[in-house]
Design a protein around this ligand. Structure first.
Ligand code: NAP
Length: 279
């Protein structure tokens, strides 16, 4: 039995589907029930900030996919890992963030993420850590404006970063959960090419068959907008990455291709799959 936390999110929902298609027994964990789980997947609603609530999910589990999103940053990570080990879990795969390596000084991206990684590394379980860069699915934030006004207002229009497709993160997670040979490895996950916000808007225009205009926001305008749905520390580091990425943040990582034996997926593939949200 493989337990997937964050099971209704961008990565978790894809991972649950992939594992079920591969014939694995899967338990999907989130606080709210998932609407459309694949047949045969066991659903357990639990809260990562309440270790005891996880007990039914961990029953019979051998592998655990662990991620902490907004809503679970306060979790007792060593407590969860101890409960997992107690229940018989032998292998944990952690969804961390590239920011742990590239933004060590950041409280949100670097320090919190590092503490979680250390807890996993010291858990006594066999572990693999995935460090994705920015997600292609972050462009869902543009969907409403594209639908209603055929525009995208975003900062740093000409700064390119190789955002990763959550499906590729899920595929890497599935490999690390199911196959041997990934223990003790830290993988950096990116897309195949550094694309700018203007490039992504062009891709959306082409797939929609309609012009989407790009309006360059000032960093201050972007900050004001992002503060409506993200804590200030997260906004500051996110804007620093988007505007002034480090060399490592613009570099295409070889890890997806090495493990999956295929190139990472470009933004166009993500946009094709999700274009209904932008119509
Ligand atoms: N977006 C990026 O560019 C980026 C880059 C690098 C790393 N990351 C990392 O990726 C993670 C987000 O992944 P994602 O986009 O796949 O997630 P997501 O789409 O934001 O979904 C979050 C999932 O976690 C569940 N969840 C949240 N709080 C919970 C709690 N207290 N207990 C149990 N489940 C909880 C949610 O379901 P419920 O709300 O129903 O519980 C949902 O299933 C974060 O850790 C983020 O730091 C993101």
């Amino acid at each position: 039995m493989i337990v997937v936390t964050g099971a209704t999110g961008n990565v978790g929902s894809a991972l649950v589907r992939m594992l079920a298609e591969a014939g694995e027994q899967v338990t999907a964990v989130s606080r709210r029930a998932a609407a459309d789980l694949p047949e045969g997947v066991r659903q357990v609603t639990a809260d990562l900030t309440d270790v005891q609530s996880l007990a039914p999910a961990l029953e019979g589990a051998k592998q655990l996919y662990l991620l902490f999103a907004q809503g679970s940053f306060e979790a007792d990570v060593p407590g969860i890992l101890a409960a997992a080990a107690e229940a018989g879990v032998g292998r944990v795969v952690l969804q961390s963030s590239q920011g742990v390596a590239t933004r060590p000084e950041s409280a949100s991206h670097g320090q919190l993420g590092k503490a979680v990684e250390v807890a996993v590394q010291e858990s006594g379980l066999e572990w693999t850590i995935l460090r994705p860069g920015g997600f292609q699915s972050n462009m869902f934030a543009w969907a409403e404006q594209v639908r209603s006004e055929r525009t995208v207002a975003a900062p740093f229009g000409d700064v390119g970063i190789p955002f990763v497709d959550p499906e590729d993160i899920a595929a890497m997670a599935a490999a690390a959960l199911r196959e041997d040979g990934h223990a003790g490895r830290i993988y950096t996950l990116t897309g195949p090419v550094a694309e700018t916000p203007r490039d992504r808007v062009r891709v959306l225009s082409e797939i929609l068959g309609d012009t989407v205009q790009f309006l360059e926001q000032t960093p201050e305008e972007a900050q004001e907008q992002m503060l409506k749905f993200m804590p200030p520390a997260v906004v500051d580091t996110t804007l620093a990455i988007l505007g002034h990425p480090t060399e490592d943040e613009v570099r295409v990582s070889p890890d997806v291709e090495q493990v999956l034996r295929r190139a990472p997926r470009p933004f166009a593939a993500w946009a094709e799959r999700n274009i209904a949200a932008f119509r």
